[in-house]
Design a protein around this ligand. Structure first.
Ligand code: 6GU
Length: 249
């Protein structure tokens, strides 16, 4: 898989050279290119942003450097194509990133990531990109980051660990929270040695070596956790009943 990242802060992406993703790069399973968007500016100040038309706070990323950067990274005459590259623009107004999208992206041969900063991308950047490459605007959650770089790190790590050969034991991929076919439950609590620590004991169910009983205990723990922390993940029939909230006044 080939991954390119367009950013105003290339150093922000250096953690990708570490750990599991770093090893995938060293062994050649993944090829990574990180590019400074200012490479594609032409003025003395290497300007990438400007004030928003219509007024309002903050600055907006101008389209020209993005257009030129994509022209160069994609090459001429590209069209959105099922086996061509895929562009992910990271923005808090994007669609939510999840494990299903991670799995989809792990199947691609080439990914490009565009990291936003300031108030956002000029809307024509995505509009034009869509004429040349499959394009998604993606967010990593309902909170605000200073830019898309940390979001790109999260997305790339979630994707690369699904690329065949990156994780030694692929079984560890299937048991975890949010894994497909996992009934969308959070992962059950896990324990290791020592059996008793600071007055806290490992649950007795886990010592009896009775596989079916351990599986049933874990399933119930996963359900209880999900009910408490992420009731939105439960099947509709198990959703807690919401009592209508009092309106204003
Ligand atoms: Cl992708 N970018 C920024 N700036 N903030 C975010 C985000 C992305 N996803 C959640 N918050």
């Amino acid at each position: 898989m080939r991954i390119d990242v367009l950013t105003l802060f290339p150093d922000y992406l250096s953690p990708l050279r570490l750990s599991l993703v770093g090893r995938a790069i060293e062994t050649g399973l993944v090829e990574l290119g990180v590019h400074d968007l200012r490479t594609w500016t032409h003025d003395r100040h290497r300007t990438v942003d400007d004030t928003p038309y219509g007024g309002g706070a903050g600055m907006v990323l101008r389209p020209e450097p993005w257009g030129e950067a994509l022209d160069e990274l994609l090459g001429p005459d590209t069209a959105p194509d099922a086996d061509g590259p895929r562009l992910i623009l990271l923005t808090p107004s994007g669609r939510p990133f999840d494990q299903a999208l991670a799995a989809e992206l792990a199947d691609e041969r080439r990914l490009l990531f565009g990291c936003g900063r300031y108030e956002g991308f000029d809307a024509r950047i995505a509009e034009h990109a869509r004429t040349r490459v499959r394009t998604d605007e993606v967010s990593v959650g309902d909170y605000v980051l200073n830019g898309g770089e940390v979001a790109a790190l999260a997305v790339i790590e979630a994707v690369v660990r699904l690329v065949p050969g990156v994780i030694g034991n692929p079984e560890s991929l299937t048991e975890e929270s949010h894994a497909p076919g996992h009934d969308r439950l959070l992962e059950y609590p896990v324990y290791t040695k020592p059996p008793s620590w600071r007055g806290l004991d490992v649950p007795a169910e886990l010592f009896r070596g009775h596989h079916a009983r351990i599986a049933a205990w874990r399933q119930e723990q996963a359900r209880a956790r999900t009910r408490e922390r992420r009731p939105d993940l439960l099947p509709p029939a198990e959703q807690p009943v919401v009592v209508a909230e009092a309106g204003p006044g």
